[in-house]
Design a protein around this ligand. Structure first.
Ligand SMILES: C[S@@+](CC[C@H](N)C(=O)[O-])C[C@H]1O[C@@H](n2cnc3c(N)ncnc32)[C@H](O)[C@@H]1O
Length: 208
């Protein structure tokens, strides 16, 4: 699994890597643009909303929202990614923070219309993801929504099929999202829907 230094080294080439994988419709980024567009269009339904982006990277999604008058807060643990995103979103509040330790104190009292995260949550273990999503729920406005776009599957069987098809370059250090398992773990806390967008990517919609 890539650590902070790994992401710092990847930052300058990140957008190109994603584009190659997305254009070839291949694991891991097949469906990337569609997934980000779906989330973008959902957030655009509300004007001037307050958005928190978890693991914003180079700011591909949130800089578009920023340019459309949404108020952006974000966390990422790579100072190089933050440097790139900050140029695109000078007034956004972008905090360097490792989400395996939870959210930074700066954001803990805030409320958001939308919390978005694309291709970042799979860096948390399955147990950590549930704890973290529960923490995110406390930051949501009553009608707010969490959108998670990531490498994700309806069930574990489908994940394992994808793993078989990509055995040569499957990243076993990452923890891809499994809808049936996440929905079951969160069933007393929130509503959780899932839309499979590509053969390895999908969007979760989570609300209180
Ligand atoms: C694959 S990139 C996704 C970037 C962007 N959201 C996108 O969709 O293009 C994953 C991002 O999550 C960040 N990240 C990974 N693990 C993290 C952690 N434990 N805490 C905070 N950020 C993390 C990385 O620095 C990187 O910017």
């Amino acid at each position: 699994m890539l650590n902070k230094q790994g992401f710092n080294l990847w930052a300058d080439d990140y957008d190109k890597t994603v584009q190659n994988s997305e254009e070839n419709d291949s694991y891991p980024f097949a469906g990337y643009k569609t997934i980000l567009n779906i989330i973008f269009n959902e957030v655009m339904q509300k004007q001037n909303s307050k958005v928190l982006d978890i693991g914003f990277g180079t700011g591909v999604l949130t800089s578009k929202l920023y340019n459309n008058e949404h108020q952006i807060d974000g966390v990422d643990f790579s100072d190089k990614m933050i440097e790139i995103a900050k140029i695109k979103m000078p007034k956004a509040i972008l905090i360097e923070c490792d989400i395996t330790n939870g959210l930074p104190p700066e954001f803990k009292e805030n409320k958001y219309d939308f919390i978005v995260s694309t291709y970042a949550i799979h860096h948390l273990s399955d147990d950590q993801k549930i704890v973290f999503i529960k923490q995110l729920l406390t930051l949501l406005e009553d009608n707010g929504k969490i959108f998670i776009g990531d490498i994700a599957f309806e069930n574990r069987e489908k994940l394992e099929l994808c793993q078989k098809d990509n055995i040569g370059h499957w990243d076993s250090d990452e923890f891809y999202l499994v809808y049936e398992e996440i929905k079951s773990s969160l069933k007393t806390e929130c509503n959780c829907d899932f839309h499979q967008i590509s053969h390895c990517g999908g969007v979760f919609v989570i609300s209180k």
